[in-house]
Design a protein around this ligand. Structure first.
Ligand SMILES: Cc1cc2nc3c(=O)[nH]c(=O)nc-3n(C[C@H](O)[C@H](O)[C@H](O)COP(=O)(O)OP(=O)(O)OC[C@H]3O[C@@H](n4cnc5c(N)ncnc54)[C@H](O)[C@@H]3O)c2cc1C
Length: 489
């Protein structure tokens, strides 16, 4: 939708959108419940990089009561879904006959001379072939994981979205568990609380790490030329070692008046199992270290991709092993309102957080969760764990495999497919950008560390839109239209 929003409307450009469901807000924004909030403030959620206030303006026009804190408000996901729907409808009118929407699954993409040949499976139809000059893969987020091999088990839901899929079953019982302690697990807890469920929810994961609570400090305005620093270290050593990365982050911290020890302490504290911390949220939820959180958000927003792409293989391994989990927990904090609800639930005995989960197994009456405190029986389990970023969903699997098998694309050991970090072009077996093939969203993760928030997607989508606009160029009439395909919703 962000790409569509940012592509030029031109008689010389025709666009086809392929999606295996009705094109709409998708998994993240289809929830109707008021309890499911965006995890970014409204000001970060426009799908247009050139009109960053677009979503706030949409709220002002359509749902002004949601902007309790102006652009800093966390609004419900349903409102964002409506914004996306309306934006897409408006774009469809702009494009008119130049936009075609095809409900079907793209299972193969291959270069045929100067064009791409897509194979599309539509329910009840024989496979169809469509041809386009440019293809953009926007295949969505990685699917839920199944760490305890429970898919298909009774009283178990593999995907927490949509919430309505499992909510009636949980509400009908007295005990349930959610596996995972990330933002999706928190959505599960908030959803049962919003329905005044009187039962007891166990939230359990291996490490028990929960996101930090969003502080209300203004974003950092400190803006040193980290690019120059990275270039200097690269010239000297060929790539950033993990020590170089921590030195650069320390340098940024010092610029904010923070000591290295404070940054280290915040990373250690957020890595601790969060059960005990949650009870304190009932009073006034607070960040573990507001200034460190602000620094980490700034690094995530502005520097993480540059740092990551300059890092050596061993530096990346060190990052994944030591800093990735606490970095994510600090960089993606919870709205304070949500943290307070969780705190109240803990104080009431409605929510218990466990760490050290070893197993979740079916039993005669439901399932048993084995954690650091022993075995606990529950009537229902909702899974909120995810496969690593960039793992293709069921819908995307065949297309991604066909591209990799043919050597058109390469898998990235840290995520989805290899991409050129400058313009999101897919990198092929020979290490060069593949002409006319781009990736957006999580499938582009691996070369890019931080890719899937809307704030990132919109900037990357603008870069891809610009490349396409350049490729299409000001074509003189009456040369026929140059078609573009966007695969995925
Ligand atoms: C639960 C959740 C909450 C999130 N909340 C936020 C938030 O609050 N703020 C924020 O900034 N970011 C958030 N994100 C991150 C990001 O904004 C969303 O993931 C966003 O929806 C990504 O959009 P997308 O188009 O890449 O994926 P999707 O919306 O998932 O769309 C991809 C579509 O492509 C289809 N598809 C895949 N393969 C094929 C194929 N071969 N043929 C045809 N169709 C195919 C899929 O079925 C799917 O419908 C959230 C992510 C999740 C998962």
């Amino acid at each position: 939708m962000s790409l569509l929003r940012q592509l030029p409307v031109s008689d010389d450009l025709s666009v086809s959108v392929y999606a295996d469901r009705v094109i709409g807000p998708g998994r993240a924004y289809a929830e109707e419940s008021d309890s499911a909030l965006l995890n970014r403030q409204a000001f970060a959620m426009s799908i247009s990089a050139e009109e960053p206030d677009e979503f706030v303006d949409w709220c002002r026009m359509n749902e002004p009561e949601l902007l309790v804190d102006g652009g800093h408000s966390f609004v419900p996901r349903w409102a964002y879904g409506r914004y996306l729907r309306q934006s897409t409808q408006a774009r469809a009118l702009d494009f008119g006959d130049s936009l075609t929407r095809i409900t079907g699954r793209v299972t193969d993409a291959a270069r045929e001379g100067d064009v791409w040949r897509l194979v599309v499976q539509r329910p009840g139809h024989a496979p169809e072939t469509h041809r386009h000059d440019v293809v953009v893969l926007a295949l969505g987020s990685s699917p839920p994981a199944d760490p305890y091999r429970l898919e298909g088990t009774e009283r178990y839901t593999q995907d927490p979205y949509p919430v309505d899929g499992w909510l009636p079953s949980v509400l009908a019982g007295n005990t349930a568990a959610v596996i995972g302690t990330g933002l999706s697990a928190i959505d599960v807890a908030l959803a049962v609380r919003a329905r005044n469920w009187a039962g007891r929810l166990l939230m359990a994961s291996r490490q028990g790490v929960l996101p930090d609570v969003r502080s209300d400090l203004e974003p950092m305005d400190f803006d040193p030329d980290v690019g120059a620093l990275i270039r200097r270290v690269r010239l000297k050593h060929g790539g950033l070692e993990w020590e170089d990365v921590t030195n650069i982050v320390d340098y940024l911290a010092v610029g904010e008046g923070l000591r290295r020890s404070e940054v280290r302490a915040a990373f250690r504290a957020i890595s601790e199992p969060a059960g005990a911390r949650l009870a304190g949220f009932s009073g006034r939820p607070a960040s573990i270290a507001p200034e460190v959180q602000r620094l980490v958000i700034c690094v995530a927003q502005y520097y993480a991709n540059d740092l990551w792409s300059a890092m050596t293989r061993s530096a990346r391994s060190a990052m994944v092993a030591t800093a990735h989990v606490p970095f994510q927990a600090l960089a993606n904090p919870l709205p304070a309102r949500s943290a307070q609800v969780l705190g109240d639930m803990v104080v009431d005995g409605a929510l218990t957080v466990r760490h050290g989960v070893r197993d979740v197994a079916p039993s005669a009456t439901g399932l048993v969760v084995s954690s650091a405190v022993g075995d606990e029986a529950v009537e229902y389990v909702v899974n909120a764990t995810r496969t690593p970023a960039g793992a293709p969903s069921g819908a995307a699997a065949s297309l991604v495999s066909s591209l990799v098998y043919a050597g058109t694309a390469r898998r990235n050991p840290y995520g989805g497919l290899r991409v050129n970090v400058d313009d999101n072009a897919i990198i092929g077996r020979d290490g060069a950008s593949v002409p006319g093939l781009y990736a957006l969203g999580e499938i582009a993760s691996g070369d890019l560390y931080y890719i899937s928030s809307i704030a990132k997607i919109r900037r990357r989508a603008r870069a891809v839109a610009r490349s396409i606009a350049e490729q299409v160029g000001p074509v003189p009439v009456p040369v026929p239209a140059a078609p573009v395909a966007v695969s995925g919703g």
